[in-house]
Design a protein around this ligand. Structure first.
Ligand code: SAM
Length: 246
């Protein structure tokens, strides 16, 4: 339990459509002493659009380890900060977790405002079950990639992945191999932007679609979980096999 005033606000920013900024996000950005930004140029453009003029300081994956201690000291001295990333909710596949952890450990408090993030609209648009889901973020590019995919073989919850357009085809093909080409999935591209596109189908259908259609922009890939019943059948088969060999 914490009764301290808030020293750090995590403020979500639009993932494409500038109208998606909330009134509270604007109010908070106007009220803090300093805005910590992943890219001060990108945030500078947003702040100009919102007519907000507050000091900006850079905070990104390359300086976050070093910066955290100094920032917490400044918070202890009463300065209040907002953290924003280039787009969406800070700390979701973006810098922020380290700072939140240290601020809380030092007895100060944080507050994350609700707001834009790419995975929620992608999950809901997919039409796949969303009562239970897992957020997998970015898959490792090389080392550990196959192990990570294999670890999801028996996952029955809907899975969410962030992916770059030039790696999507490889991922769809690896998924088809691991989970079967009939597994349902959805690719959400350019969410909230002019050319938003949600393509739903089996992995096989998605592979065929993207062989003939341009693949660019930002992407969230949603993958259906393993069918519970099939999973039980697979397990039954495994147990029977085991018994046979005992
Ligand atoms: N913090 C962000 C959030 O809350 O969603 C995520 C940042 S992460 C560095 C960037 C990735 O988010 C992109 O590579 C893409 O997978 C996804 N993403 C961000 N904006 C998107 C959009 N407009 N449409 C689809 N995916 C998007």
């Amino acid at each position: 339990m914490s009764e301290s005033p808030i020293s750090l606000f995590l403020v979500p920013t639009p993932i494409g459509n500038l109208k998606d900024i909330t009134l509270r996000a604007i109010e908070t950005l106007k009220s803090v002493d300093v805005i910590l930004a992943e890219d001060t140029r990108t945030t500078g453009i947003l702040l100009k659009h919102l007519e907000i003029s507050r000091p900006l300081q850079s905070y990104h994956i390359f300086n976050e380890h070093k910066a955290v201690e100094k920032l917490v000291d400044r918070m202890k001295n009463g300065e209040v900060f907002a953290l924003v990333s280039d787009a969406g909710t800070p700390a979701i596949s973006d810098p922020g977790f380290l700072l939140v952890r240290e601020v809380l450990a030092s007895g100060l408090d944080v507050q994350c405002l609700p707001g834009p993030t790419a995975f929620v609209p992608a999950l809901v648009n997919s039409g796949l079950p969303n009562d239970r889901f897992v957020f997998e973020g970015f898959l490792p590019h090389k080392k550990g990639r196959k192990t990570r995919i294999d670890s999801l073989m028996l996952e029955t919850r809907t899975m969410i992945f962030y992916e770059s357009p030039h790696r999507l085809m490889k991922t769809l093909e690896q998924f088809a191999e691991a989970f079967g080409e009939e597994r349902q999935a959805c690719v959400s591209r350019e969410l909230t932007k002019l050319h938003e596109e949600n393509v739903r189908g089996t992995l096989k259908e998605l592979i065929e679609y993207y062989q003939n259609n341009p693949l660019k922009g930002e992407i969230v890939l949603i993958l259906a979980g393993a069918n519970e019943k099939l999973k039980e059948k697979d397990q039954e088969k495994e147990w029977k096999k085991e018994k046979k060999y005992k």
